[in-house]
Write a protein that binds this ligand. Structure first.
Ligand SMILES: Cc1cc2nc3c(=O)[nH]c(=O)nc-3n(C[C@H](O)[C@H](O)[C@H](O)COP(=O)(O)OP(=O)(O)OC[C@H]3O[C@@H](n4cnc5c(N)ncnc54)[C@H](O)[C@@H]3O)c2cc1C
Length: 457
């Protein structure tokens, strides 16, 4: 702890976002960066608490006080090394993590936690810039082969850890490029896809093999995988979105959130999508149903696509703005979250349940909602509705059903012990096991599965 009094004298300073009028014209990352001096000063605010609640709250158990101290002292490489011991991909979490650590930071009792997430991003970006993130292929190969199915953060973390142990890892991915929701879910304005590509190239240089455009269970049978690999790790995500089967659901203009977001990420990459397949958002009145992060991403995407208006509705009442007595510190607070997308010009409403979709000539024209507190019904005009009400469980058809894995009560792939499924040789990690969660939880889960597979092998 370099400066024991810094938390008294130095204020929390966030890098902030680019100006709204500038950022809504492009899909570049909205978050800015601090200069080196300010960044180091921010790290000095860490109090090196006797009980580091930040560390306790972090799913990958990042050693925050240690790398804040190294950062404050200008030992960037040391900071990176400490950080990368527990987190395979700080460049992802440093951008998109809701920073459970900051919510538990003791300074958050005053609402001014250490800027842990931004510090993390700064450390890893400096590490890439200065060239000390280098491929470290294993010196010895064990002769064991592992197939990882799915290349989201869980699959990538599992592949990375298994490869480091010397096992030969092949990652199968049904989409055209690896990354899972990092690539085809989270918008570019939160996570530039070059960052994803940079990590994939590093993993390839270390010996991980990626086979894209292969849907296991369809393009390649599970029988073949079980025959050709010593172990399988299922990291297929929670791919079944929650639907809203009310009157009018069949109308044109109603899409799942990921239909928009996947298409948008492809458009940003320059993929040619025929006009008839595109969701045309321009000059449309957009209603986002679901008040969470996925919904917020639809808001940001729609605003950049020049929607005439964007409204986001949520079935639950508006949470308290600052503190919630039901989730006191150091728990993750259930309070109002205002994302960069919300700041860009959207109407947010709460306690509204969707009753039916109303259309004209087969096309959505409005959504009838009812206020869950007063019972009042209302019609919200809308040309497009994006269903962003979460995900129920992984896709069962194909791979999972073919393997015959058991599911838990929520339909996720059940774990017997240590990431093992009910089928011999088959392990599971990430959203497919936990239900839709967070990037940092997926990384943690992938790391655990890799350790279990290593012991099994
Ligand atoms: C729009 C959106 C925004 C989000 N934003 C954030 C955020 O800001 N911060 C955060 O922490 N979390 C965020 N999340 C959650 C986070 O992205 C997920 O929790 C995380 O990606 C889960 O990782 P995963 O590896 O388990 O699965 P995924 O990332 O879903 O990856 C699963 C992969 O498996 C592939 N696959 C599935 N079946 C097969 C098959 N049969 N054969 C081959 N491949 C297959 C899929 O194509 C996919 O690439 C967001 C989620 C969404 C939907």
């Amino acid at each position: 702890m370099g400066n024991p009094k810094a938390f008294l004298t130095i204020n929390r300073k966030e890098a902030g976002y680019r100006p709204v009028l500038e950022r809504i014209e492009d899909f570049g990352e909205v978050e800015q960066t601090l200069n080196t001096e300010d960044r180091m000063l921010q790290a000095s605010r860490c109090m090196d608490c006797g009980v580091p609640f930040c560390h306790w709250a972090c799913p990958v158990s990042n050693a925050m006080p240690e790398w804040q101290d190294a950062l404050y002292r200008g030992k960037w490489q040391d900071a990176y090394e400490i950080l990368s011991r527990t987190n395979n991909f700080p460049e992802f979490t440093g951008r998109v993590c809701p920073a459970l650590c900051e919510k538990s930071c003791v300074l958050n009792l005053q609402g001014v936690p250490v800027t842990i997430r931004e510090n993390e991003a700064a450390i890893v970006e400096r590490a890439f810039l200065e060239g000390y993130v280098k491929p470290h292929p294993p010196r010895v190969r064990t002769g064991k082969k592992v197939a990882v199915v799915g290349s989201g953060p869980a699959g990538l973390a599992a592949a990375d850890m298994l490869n480091r142990k010397g096992h030969s890892v092949t990652v199968f991915e049904k989409d055209e490029l690896p990354g899972g929701l990092l690539r085809l879910g989270i918008p570019d304005f939160k996570l530039n896809k070059k960052i994803v590509g940079r990590r994939i190239r590093l993993l390839e240089a270390e010996g991980v093999v990626f086979q894209n455009n292969i849907e296991v269970g369809k393009d390649i049978t599970t029988h073949d995988l079980l025959k050709n690999f010593h172990a399988l790790c299922l990291c297929i995500g929670a791919g079944t979105p929650r639907d809203l089967p009310v009157e009018g659901r069949e109308l044109k203009g109603i899409h799942f959130a990921l239909q928009l977001l996947r298409q948008q990420n492809r458009l940003v990459r320059g993929t040619d999508i025929p006009s008839e397949e595109r969701i045309h958002v321009e000059n449309k009145h957009v209603l986002v149903i679901g008040g969470g992060d996925t919904g917020s991403d639809c808001v940001g995407a729609s605003i950049r696509r020049k929607a005439a208006s964007v409204t986001q509705i949520e079935i639950l009442p508006m949470p308290p703005e600052h503190q919630n007595p039901h989730t006191p510190w150091p728990l993750y607070p259930n309070v109002l979250k205002t994302s960069s997308s919300h700041q860009e010009g959207c109407t947010r409403r709460w306690a509204l349940a969707t009753q039916r979709f109303v259309g004209e000539n087969g096309q959505l024209a409005g959504v009838e909602v009812v206020d869950t507190q007063t019972g009042a019904a209302e019609l919200i005009p809308a040309d497009l509705a994006f269903l962003s009400m979460g995900f129920v469980h992984p896709v069962h058809e194909g791979l999972a059903d073919q393997l015959g894995v058991l599911y838990d009560a929520r339909g996720n792939i059940a774990v017997t012990t240590d990431s093992r499924t009910s089928v011999d040789k088959v392990f599971v990690a990430g959203d497919a096991q936990m239900g839709a969660a967070l990037v940092v939880r997926a990384i943690d889960s992938g790391r655990r599965a890799a350790q279990a597979i290593h012991i099994y092998l």
